[in-house]
Ligand binder design. Structure first.
Ligand SMILES: Nc1ncnc2c1ncn2[C@@H]1O[C@H](COP(=O)(O)OP(=O)(O)OP(=O)(O)O)[C@@H](O)[C@H]1O
Ligand SMILES: [Mg+2]
Length: 262
């Protein structure tokens, strides 16, 4: 059995688990029958995830917190398992119309949350500070970037990209932003969002942050980048038609570039 703090251990008992290997961060995720345990190195993001999840309990479909413990190095978040399936599952990728409707609603639900008393700030200033840290500490994963970001017709290196981002900050339209609105982080059931998970970067931010990553994630889940399997029938217009807004490509590009540094 895992070496866990007493309280978490007693909540789990002897239950069997599966290890989830979707995530790309340093966290470990253990899937139980109806619970999930996420163990992370303590960081601003792991703390934020717990506090935001608590704040959102009665506001949005997020997992219920069953337990939270910390030791010197790690945090242990025990939560309920989201119902349904992640929006990158085969079933949804085979139905682009239905998928984009649900994701557009998922974005709009976030924007409807009243942020006047929201204590979590993840705006551009904050993100650029975080990006400065990752760049200065050589933490940018150069194997996980969009083709063309760096190299001959792109930026020389992460420093160069960060400088450009600092010099080209867009106006922000502040809303509650998920912060990593990628398909594996949005669970769907019964035709709607059943769980927003992975809330380390959730807080007040520009609405185009989530639109940009949602767009990028749709594109790559359909073009087979992650699984090798391509799906047909998605085009970009579908998302913006459902959102009833015109795409702002400068902002979309900006936030995709910013995400290269995380
Ligand atoms: N409450 C939950 N309910 C259902 N599945 C979950 C839950 N929490 C995590 N998972 C599963 O574990 C995966 C990894 O969890 P999560 O996204 O929180 O971790 P991460 O390591 O921060 O991932 P990332 O690579 O996106 O940073 C999710 O994509 C999902 O499949
Ligand atoms: Mg995730």
């Amino acid at each position: 059995m895992l070496d866990l703090p007493g309280k978490i251990k007693s909540l789990i008992g002897e239950e069997k688990y599966l290890i989830d290997d979707v995530g790309m961060s340093d966290s470990s995720v253990f899937l139980f029958h109806d619970k999930v345990l996420k163990i992370q190195t303590i960081s601003e993001e792991s703390q934020n995830e717990y506090h935001v999840m608590e704040w959102l309990q009665d506001k949005l479909p997020v997992p219920k917190i069953l337990g939270f413990e910390r030791d010197e190095k790690k945090s242990y978040l025990l939560m309920t398992k989201a119902h349904g399936e992640a929006s990158c599952s085969d079933k949804y990728l085979q139905n682009p119309e239905q998928l984009t409707v649900m994701l557009a609603e998922g974005l709009q639900m976030l924007w409807k949350v009243d942020i006047s008393n929201c204590p979590f700030i993840c705006d551009l200033e904050k993100k650029l500070q975080m990006a400065k840290y990752t760049v200065e500490n050589n933490l940018v994963d150069m194997d996980d970037v969009e083709p063309g970001t760096f190299g001959e017709n792109g930026f020389k290196n992460p420093d160069h990209l960060l400088e450009w981002l600092n010099n080209n900050k867009p106006e922000e339209e502040l809303v509650l932003s998920h912060g990593d609105f990628c398909l594996p982080n949005i669970f769907l059931a019964n035709g709607k969002v059943s769980g927003y998970i992975d809330l380390g970067k959730t807080g007040i931010s520009d609405k185009w942050q989530d639109i940009a990553l949602c767009y990028r994630s749709l594109l790559h889940n359909f073009d087979g980048k992650y699984t090798g399997k391509q799906y047909q029938g998605f085009n970009v217009d579908m998302l913006f038609e459902k959102l009833e807004i015109e795409p702002n490509w400068d902002k979309i590009r900006y936030y995709i570039l910013l995400d290269e540094l995380f």
